[in-house]
Design a protein around this ligand. Structure first.
Ligand SMILES: [Cu+2]
Length: 119
């Protein structure tokens, strides 16, 4: 019982000392972010899902084939949306306001390049 009281006091002092902590605690180890990509076809979908699955901290990757918005579940202690956007760029796709890495983009098959988005 005393232990519980002591832990409560310790915990509340941590909250007071670090205002960001309670927010962080609420997030736990899972967050989701939606990122607009420049994916074109099913191959793009597989490419993005396949590559992003190996990114540090990533727990879930789902690309919506109609909107090309990828929903990524990640561990906020290990990564953040900016890292995820950069990782998508390095696969060769735009991610929100982060443009595709030109070298990676050049390596994409022709059908996966942005110009083909219309079909
Ligand atoms: Cu494609």
């Amino acid at each position: 019982m005393i232990f519980v009281l002591v832990s409560m006091i310790v915990l509340s002092s941590v909250f007071i000392a670090n205002p960001g902590y309670s927010q962080e605690k609420k997030k736990k180890n899972y967050e989701e972010v939606q990122i607009q990509t420049s994916a074109v076809c099913g191959m793009c979908e597989e490419r993005i899902e396949g590559n992003m699955a190996y990114e540090k901290g990533v727990k879930k990757v789902e690309l919506n084939n109609d909107t090309k918005i990828v929903t990524i579940g990640y561990d906020p202690r290990k990564t953040n949306p900016d890292n995820l956007r950069t990782a998508i760029s390095k696969i060769g796709y735009d991610a929100d306001n982060v443009a595709a890495d030109p070298v990676a983009y050049e390596k994409l098959p022709g059908c996966c390049k942005k110009g083909n988005q219309a079909h």
